[in-house]
Design a protein around this ligand. Structure first.
Ligand code: MV4
Length: 459
């Protein structure tokens, strides 16, 4: 096992990684921006190095500063967490060149799966179902039109460098196609400096179901079942759960096998996630692979009993996976709500500031992964997520009841939060029925009076 590692991240995931390291007996070095001097990850790590001013491009996104910090602290490895540099193949490559182990896949796997058109072709070649669409990127508008007509409308135009919903355009008919194709490409060029796009048939009202995988350095791959992430608002997940209420044991086995094949196709190592869309007939289609640990990993941990962060360290240090696919058992049900400092009454605008009062929920079956505390100031510079509440129960009903009571207990004053919003979803009859699609939040917002999830007006 490693002796000392550096955490190239902040917030709750930095804490989550420090906690795993403490239990493994691994020393930790935190890096932080000037806005994060008072952060818990700085306090709880064994050492901390300031890497620049508040803004991410000048701190957490500066690969060379993080590598420099790693060399000064003389660490064996870097854990990138999620976001920031976690899916930057150049950063993974620099770690490799400096003989610092990158806790994650090889840079070639990150690069391959980071190009969404290449990812599609890579998994399609080994028999994983993909959405009907173009073979790779399409540059010529005439050729694109021809492909769209062949696929049949509606089609979706996606950025090759995209993912997570950025740079996507829907075209309902041949007339609108040219416009949407050009718009998607222009948007992609502006957002990613890469205007390449590809085309897929638009799957209407799908569910978003992703599979957690683990792969050791010998290339053995396991899947740890699925997470249902259909409850999203503007491509931001709000609630995730495992298992999916839509899943059957047969479909899990079939999709799990496909997820493992997708990972094998890119010689994947360490923890990863294979994303699928599932239509009403339970047809499933690969859409993307995320080559990092994800925000919602705790729901998988709670139903499998596997500590994914510790597994990441064991795998990266060369230990083979200690269990077989048959030994992975899904037990009970877990739900996660992302708590964000934002105001649902103001179109979910971020609400940074000082937390004046803080009382997190607890008790049987509740886990809170968070870096905040009473007196902490939520900086305006980063993502607004301040906590994740994870409930676990013997079944979905029990997990829902537990989530409902814990969101009721959760006291946060000084900033607005989406807690009332999450709670009203948890209590929504359609959510409780478990029959939702990626359009759930949109439909919920249309039929639900705002007053049902307005946060208290006085802080
Ligand atoms: C799609 C789709 C329908 N058909 N692809 C959005 C994020 C990105 N990861 C993929 N996304 C979608 N791709 C085809 N061919 C619908 C979405 C989509 C979506 C997917 C998952 C969760 C929420 C979503 C909300 C809107 C659209």
């Amino acid at each position: 096992m490693f002796k000392k590692i550096l955490i190239a991240n902040r917030g709750e995931i930095a804490l989550r990684i420090i906690r795993a390291c403490r239990e493994l007996g691994v020393e930790t070095i935190a890096v932080y921006s000037e806005a994060d001097e008072q952060s818990l990850h700085v306090q709880l790590a064994d050492g901390a190095i300031c890497i620049g001013p508040a803004s991410s491009p000048e701190s957490y996104l500066r690969a060379e500063r993080i590598i420099a910090a790693a060399e000064i602290a003389d660490v064996d490895a870097i854990h990138p967490g999620y976001g920031f540099l976690s899916e930057d193949p150049a950063f993974a490559e620099q770690c490799e060149e400096c003989r610092i182990k990158f806790i994650g896949p090889r840079s070639e796997s990150i690069r391959r799966m980071g190009d969404k058109a290449t990812a599609r072709e890579t998994v399609r070649a080994v028999g994983v179902p993909t959405v009907p669409g173009s073979k790779g990127a399409v540059a010529d508008p005439q050729e694109a039109s021809h492909i769209a007509e062949q696929i049949g409308f509606p089609v979706i135009v996606k950025a090759v460098a995209g993912g997570g919903g950025r740079g996507m355009r829907l075209a309902h008919n041949p007339m609108s196609f040219q416009k949407e194709f050009a718009a998607a490409s222009a948007e992609a060029e502006k957002a990613f400096g890469n205007g390449a796009v590809y085309i897929e048939k638009f799957i209407e009202e799908p569910r978003h179901i992703e599979f957690q995988i683990l792969a050791d350095e010998e290339g053995r791959v396991l899947h740890l079942g699925e997470r249902d992430c259909s409850i999203q608002r503007r491509h931001q997940k709000v609630i995730e759960e495992s298992p999916s209420p839509f899943m059957t044991p047969e479909l899990r086995e079939e999709m799990g096998r496909a997820a493992v094949k997708a990972a094998e196709a890119c010689q994947y190592r360490n923890a990863g996630t294979v994303e699928f869309l599932v239509d009403r007939h339970r047809n499933f289609y690969f859409i993307e692979m995320n080559t990092r640990i994800q925000v919602e990993h705790p729901v998988t941990e709670e139903v499998t009993g596997i500590d994914l962060i510790k597994e990441q360290f064991r795998i990266a240090s060369g230990e083979p996976l200690g269990l077989t696919q048959e030994e992975v058992q899904i037990k009970g049900h877990a739900i996660e709500c992302r708590v964000c400092a934002e105001n649902p009454s103001m179109n979910f605008a971020p609400s940074p500031g000082e937390i004046s009062l803080y009382f997190p929920p607890g008790g049987h079956g509740i886990r809170v992964d968070s870096h905040v505390y009473g007196g902490y100031t939520v900086p305006k510079f980063y993502d607004s997520m301040i906590a994740k509440v994870i409930s676990v129960g013997c079944d979905r009903e029990a997990a829902i009841a537990r989530m409902n009571r814990s969101l009721r207990e959760y006291l946060i004053r000084g900033v607005f939060t989406n807690i009332p919003f999450a709670r009203s979803i948890i209590n929504d009859p359609e959510f409780v029925r478990g029959r939702f699609t990626t359009r759930f939040v949109e439909e919920f917002l249309q039929r639900t009076p705002k007053s049902l999830f307005e946060p208290p007006t006085h802080l």
